[in-house]
Ligand binder design. Structure first.
Ligand code: ADP
Ligand code: ASP
Ligand code: MG
Length: 440
């Protein structure tokens, strides 16, 4: 029998009505045997995700009043109790809620607090479906230095899953050798789903969310963007890294190595095809030259000028060494004959701005040194771009016709992506202009 691993995101499990949809989806296909839930997400815009409530509780446990903590925790209890009672379930979760509350107050840690969102939701979902519950802390393993331990997890998890015909495994967290609960970064339930899919050698990893697949652009910026039918793992990684948050950027690794495709599906429109994420796809099966557009704000450019820079052997290396000393990861290094820029996240730069600039002045002695903040990067990604001439020209002209000044251009040597740097306030205008140029 084929096996599907199904992961449901926060909005898919935000309330009882969503739980019902999820159960219908699972029951509609016998192959959907392993289920990875997120914590309850937003029910409406402006609502608060349970994970964020847990982070807030943790902060209050450190430096807030007992009343504020209790009030915050009560909101969490209400979310879970609301789901249980609206589903008409005979299930008492109050003991668990009490235990978690005490543990957070007894310094069980920030990751522990955050992980309870998935843990509690997993308990409810398992009960509702009549599936076994497997606590992720017994099967998702991290190393002592907090890295995901892929090999040991594969061993332990596949052995455990083999003992269960059908099971719910909460997403987002696992455990370190010393017994401390550890989470992945935000959105990490996608990673758990992928790890589970690999462990059971699934035929398909279905990732259920609130949009009908990976869309060609962020729906919050472009109105009703088209869904991408097929996308390769590499294209997806480029887009997720650049802010298309539909799937966590690290979620593809476990399934990619095992050759398991991912299908992004919409819990609210289960009949929509969604997006298939695959190892490779022909360039010509896409209707459009580009596969998608994504972007992120919050970058800075450190601009270094030095006459005859290009003639000085080792100049770039010396600049990069200084940057590395301050533990800054660079995104791009556009350069000219007498200038070079280092583009990095403003947040990272702010942790050492003054010291880093002083070190560059000291070690490099540039003719001038400036920093430009408030930059955004936009990536235009597509496997079809290699074959299509003039794609870069179309990107640039559409953006400049929309009145946006391009500050930086970078084309990956694989010709899979073109990245432009612009000012943050032009972000939406530029993405819309590129979308209209290539789609309609
Ligand atoms: P989940 O809680 O199900 O994991 P996420 O919020 O992590 O869902 O991801 C889905 C959201 O990603 C969508 O609601 C949408 O707002 C946003 N998004 C950003 N870029 C894209 C894109 N290119 N295609 C689809 N959704 C996108
Ligand atoms: N609940 C976690 C978060 O909000 C993980 C996830 O949803 O994937 O980040
Ligand atoms: Mg997500």
């Amino acid at each position: 029998m084929s096996i599907k691993v199904v992961k449901f995101g926060g909005s898919s499990l935000a309330d009882a009505e969503q739980f019902r949809k999820v159960a219908n989806i699972i029951k509609a296909d016998d192959a959907r045997r392993y289920v990875v839930p997120s914590a309850p997400g937003k029910r409406f815009s402006g609502d608060i995700k349970v994970t964020d409530m847990f982070y807030a509780c943790y902060d209050l446990s450190k430096g807030g009043s007992a009343e504020d903590f209790d009030a915050q925790y009560k909101m969490i209890e209400d979310r879970y109790n609301g789901i249980i009672s609206d589903l008409g379930m005979d299930f008492d979760i109050s003991g668990e809620l009490k235990y978690v509350k005490r543990a957070i107050l007894c310094h069980a840690g920030r990751d522990f607090a955050a992980s309870r969102g998935e843990y509690l939701n997993g308990l409810i979902l398992a009960k509702y479906l009549g599936y076994d519950f497997i606590d992720a802390e017994n099967v998702i393993l991290f190393t002592e230095d907090g890295k995901f331990d892929s090999e040991r997890t594969q061993e332990v998890l596949s052995a455990e899953l083999a003992r269960h015909e059908r099971a719910v495994i909460p997403g987002f967290y696992g455990i370190m050798p010393n017994g401390t609960v550890k989470t992945f970064s935000r959105g990490g339930s996608d990673i758990t789903g992928s790890i589970v899919a690999r462990a059971v050698n699934a035929d398909l990893y279905e990732n259920w969310t609130d949009v009908s697949g990976f869309l060609m652009a962020d729906p919050r910026i472009v109105k009703d963007p088209l869904a991408i039918k097929t996308i390769t793992y590499r294209e997806l990684r480029e887009l997720s890294y650049m802010g298309a948050t539909v799937l966590h950027e690290d979620a593809i690794f476990p399934v990619r190595n095992a050759g398991i495709p991912i299908n992004i599906k919409n819990t609210n429109k289960p009949d929509d095809e969604g997006t298939m994420i695959v190892a490779s796809a022909a360039d010509y099966d896409s209707e459009h030259i580009i596969t998608g557009i994504a972007g992120i704000k919050g970058f800075s450019s450190i601009i270094i000028e030095h006459d005859m820079m290009n003639a000085q052997v080792g100049f770039v290396r010396r600049v990069l060494e200084v940057v590395e000393d301050y533990d800054i990861s660079l995104e791009h290094i556009p350069s000219g004959i007498d200038t070079m820029s280092v583009i990095c996240s403003t947040e990272q730069l702010d942790s050492c701005r003054e010291k880093l600039l002083a070190a560059i002045n000291r070690n490099i002695k540039p003719d001038s040194l400036n920093v430009e903040d408030n930059l955004a990067l936009i990536a235009v990604v597509g496997r079809g771009m290699v074959k299509a001439r003039g794609t870069a020209a179309r990107v640039f002209s559409s953006v400049s016709d929309a009145g946006v000044n391009i500050k930086m251009i970078d084309q990956g040597s694989s010709e899979l992506n073109i990245i432009i740097g612009i000012e943050e306030h032009d972000f939406n205008t530029a993405i819309e202009a590129i979308y209209r140029e290539f789609v309609k």
